[in-house]
Design a binder for this molecule. Structure first.
Ligand code: APR
Length: 307
């Protein structure tokens, strides 16, 4: 079997940590690319030198040249600036749209068959932009947000119930911003909805903490945003593609009528395999959940309109 190839664009906190997880899990050989000279090369060398200790046979190189990324199976885009305290993800729009737009053109040129996973914020709009700039079919351009938001939700559920995180499945829909929609009825502990396990006020508090999960970390770090859980989440999506596992993960995908939404990227559960999005799963939602999702969709559409 030929080795799989993953390019990670952006050798900052999220990108470098994603690259580390990919090589340590031996999922693929990795090309780490950044605009800053020396940064991806130095990090890649350092990671390669951990191979003897960690015991992985996968390879990583660092580069500033898109030719080295040619024919990647998966490309994870983390290039851009991260937010600082007091900033929302939406404040990154102008800077990151220039960066993500330019990066995507290069990626599409050198890896015309790749699956693109966008991580740069504001996530839903950057994913939509990458889809347009790439010219790829929508199933091959997806955004990472729901896996992260659901992972945060799962962590807070496990903490509240003092149960194993392995038994928790959590679901967060909508845009990756203040309007995201945690869905308690589809968030379970070994199949039992949390609505049967926790009182409403506790669930409401967990939902609020989930929505502010990124901001809570930004306010503690002060100089940047989260990267351990974001990189885990992006790699989980890459793994589903590389292994063609058809996992159902909440991802930012192009909606064409699903949930009553047309021509907009937003977070929904999808089945993910080697072709990217195989299917968008339509959940039955309560009237309140549907209206929260519509509110989130409206916020994403408004931001997309500013591009
Ligand atoms: N091409 C390639 N790399 C670029 C470009 C570009 N045009 N512009 C910027 N970069 C690189 C920077 O040089 C930097 O190394 O992107 C990297 C971003 O890394 P960090 O500043 O550490 O930011 P990080 O925490 O990794 O977040 C990256 O992911 O979660 C989102 O909101 C976050 O949009 C942000 C992105």
């Amino acid at each position: 079997m030929s080795k799989r190839k993953v390019t990670v664009v952006g050798a900052g906190f999220v990108g470098a940590t994603a690259a580390q997880r990919l090589v340590e899990k031996q999922l693929a050989d990795v090309v780490l690319i950044d605009i800053v000279e020396g940064l991806p090369q130095g990090k890649a060398l350092d990671m390669m030198q951990s191979a003897a200790v960690e015991g992985f046979d996968t390879k990583i190189i660092g580069t500033n040249d898109y030719q080295d990324t040619a024919n990647s199976d998966v490309v994870i885009i983390t290039a851009g600036i991260a937010r600082k305290p007091g900033m929302s993800r939406d404040d990154l729009l102008n800077t990151n749209s220039q960066i993500v737009g330019g990066v995507t053109e290069q990626i599409a040129k050198y890896s015309p068959n790749a699956i693109i996973i966008v991580v740069s914020n504001p996530l839903d709009v950057m994913t939509q932009l990458a889809w347009r700039k790439s010219g790829f079919p929508a199933n091959r351009v997806i955004g990472m947000a729901g896996v992260l938001d659901s992972a945060r939700y799962a962590r807070f559920i496990a903490e509240a119930l003092e149960c194993s995180i392995k038994d928790v499945r959590a679901m967060v829909l909508g845009g990756h911003g203040d309007t995201m929609v945690p869905v308690p009825q589809y968030s379970t502990v070994n199949g039992i909805p949390i609505t049967e396990l926790l009182p409403k006020d506790k669930i409401d508090a967990i939902n609020t903490r989930t929505k502010n999960g990124g901001a809570e970390i930004v306010s503690l770090l002060k100089t940047g945003s989260a990267y351990y859980a974001p990189s885990s989440s992006a790699v989980a999506m890459a793994e589903a593609v590389l292994l063609d596992s058809n996992r159902i993960l909440p991802c930012c995908a192009l909606l064409s009528g699903e949930y009553g939404v047309n021509d907009l990227y937003c977070g929904v559960p999808v089945a993910l395999g080697k072709n990217g999005v195989n299917k968008i799963i339509q959940l039955e939602l309560s009237a309140d959940e549907l209206s929260a999702l519509q509110n989130s969709v409206a916020a994403v559409r408004e931001l997309a309109g500013k591009l």
